[in-house]
Design a protein around this ligand. Structure first.
Ligand SMILES: Cc1cc2nc3c(=O)[nH]c(=O)nc-3n(C[C@H](O)[C@H](O)[C@H](O)COP(=O)(O)O)c2cc1C
Length: 185
């Protein structure tokens, strides 16, 4: 069992990326992992924008990364790359905040023209932070994530669901068997 930090980098209050991550969190939880969700949009904007490394919320977020064995990083594609919000947090983490960790990159976007944003933009940034592994990621078209009318969750297009389950299971296998590190207060 591992501790997994599941990070959504969307600024949207109705984010498909965040909903997708929370849906995939359930699969990781069912596989025995302890999953800690983090929506970057809930962190104080002034701390992110003013590079306030010492802000208690930034210190707490840094500790979440520190305690995690694995990190799921999900971002919407903005201007053919990851979101600025996600980058604003990554910039405040220590240079090697992902040392020894297993990382699963995920992106949602409006056009397959930008499917490679995950490999050409996101992956190099994550690689610079020292992870042990970056497992294969996945790009999901926004139209393939349907929010249920009663807001009870999402319906993912079947072939996309199948692909996502494969990358999540690969990530889970790469985490291996570990003892949980415990929840963060
Ligand atoms: C400001 C902005 C820029 C975007 N730029 C791109 C883009 O360059 N390529 C793309 O495929 N989708 C782009 N999109 C579409 C989003 O990536 C897509 O709708 C995504 O699923 C939104 O995720 P969210 O609901 O989690 O915020 C953009 C959306 C916004 C709001």
């Amino acid at each position: 069992m591992a501790t997994v930090l599941s990070v959504s980098g969307s600024p949207s209050p109705t984010s498909r990326t965040a909903r997708l991550l929370r849906d995939l969190d359930a699969r990781l939880t069912a596989q025995g992992h302890e999953v800690v969700p983090l929506d970057v949009r809930t962190l104080p904007p002034e701390a992110l924008l003013h590079a306030d490394f010492g802000h208690p919320a930034i210190v707490a977020a840094t500790e979440l990364f520190d305690r995690a064995d694995g990190v799921v990083i999900g971002t919407p594609v903005y201007k053919a790359a990851y979101s600025g919000l996600l980058k604003s947090l990554l910039d405040l983490l220590p240079q090697y905040a992902l040392t020894g960790k297993t990382v699963l990159p995920l992106a949602t976007g409006g056009t397959t023209a930008h499917v490679l944003a995950i490999d050409y933009a996101l992956r190099p940034v994550l690689a610079s932070m020292g992870p042990a592994h970056i497992t294969p990621g996945w790009f999901v078209l926004d139209k393939h994530i349907e929010v249920r009318h009663d807001n009870s969750g999402i319906v993912v297009e079947p072939r996309t669901r199948e692909a996502l389950e494969q990358v999540v299971d690969q990530f889970s296998a790469a985490l291996g068997d570990r003892e949980p590190l415990g929840a963060v207060a």
